[in-house]
Design a protein around this ligand. Structure first.
Ligand SMILES: Cc1cc2nc3c(=O)[nH]c(=O)nc-3n(C[C@H](O)[C@H](O)[C@H](O)COP(=O)(O)O)c2cc1C
Length: 191
């Protein structure tokens, strides 16, 4: 059993990574393998609407000069997928948006590649826009026929400077519970 997480922040090991790691730590405690891919410095562009994925149905994006196809492989091989994005102008980052456009098109072009995998979204915020960002990421999971567990609050942590989210005990507890629920669900789906 494996979960792969994607951090769409422009900052490596920032607040979003801290929150994602709270989720991953719980998954590892439950014996689930995890991997974190951070987009910082990686320049993932959006879909170019070439429709090659629909024409070729080869489970690949036609843009080959970035990490996208490696990431799609990782998603296909995983039981669970975590998206993390800080709030940028009350929405998700350009990196995670581009990722969603391209993984979404490749998935749909090939018979919903991520169908019935478990998906969870995590967001970090200084003040406003977290629920919209959380919802935007969930749109990918729902149209991909994925199954989305919850926590006891929406998956949001509060902080501005790198590491500030560490002080948000409620946010971190939300993430730990999310990790536990994700592990429970992944194990149930394996039965
Ligand atoms: C370009 C940009 C736009 C931002 N827009 C918002 C915003 O709309 N609302 C907000 O509360 N915080 C906003 N922030 C703050 C980040 O969401 C916050 O610092 C977050 O914790 C960063 O997470 P990271 O450390 O993973 O990058 C913005 C930050 C940047 C760099």
């Amino acid at each position: 059993m494996k979960v792969v997480a994607f951090n769409g922040s422009a900052r490596k090991n920032g607040n979003t990574a801290i929150l994602i790691n709270c989720v991953l730590d719980e998954l590892m405690r439950e014996g689930i393998e995890t991997e974190l891919v951070q987009f910082a410095g990686k320049n993932i562009r959006g879909c170019i609407a070439c429709y090659k994925c629909i024409e070729l149905k080869d489970r690949r994006c036609a843009i080959h000069n970035d990490i996208m196809n490696d990431c799609i492989e990782k998603m296909m091989g995983a039981d669970g997928i975590v998206f993390g994005s800080p709030v940028y102008f009350a929405d998700l980052t350009a990196g995670i948006k581009g990722f969603i456009e391209r993984a979404g098109m490749v998935g749909r072009a090939n018979g919903d590649l991520f169908r019935r995998k478990v998906g969870a979204a995590v967001t970090s915020v200084r003040r406003a826009g977290a629920i919209h960002t959380f919802d935007s990421m969930n749109h990918f999971f729902f149209i991909s026929q994925m199954i989305v567990p919850g926590s006891n609050y929406w998956n949001v942590g509060v902080g501005r400077d790198i590491g500030e989210v560490d002080k948000d005990e409620e946010g971190k507890a939300t993430m730990r519970l999310l990790g536990q629920n994700m592990a429970w669900l992944i194990k149930k789906l394996q039965e």
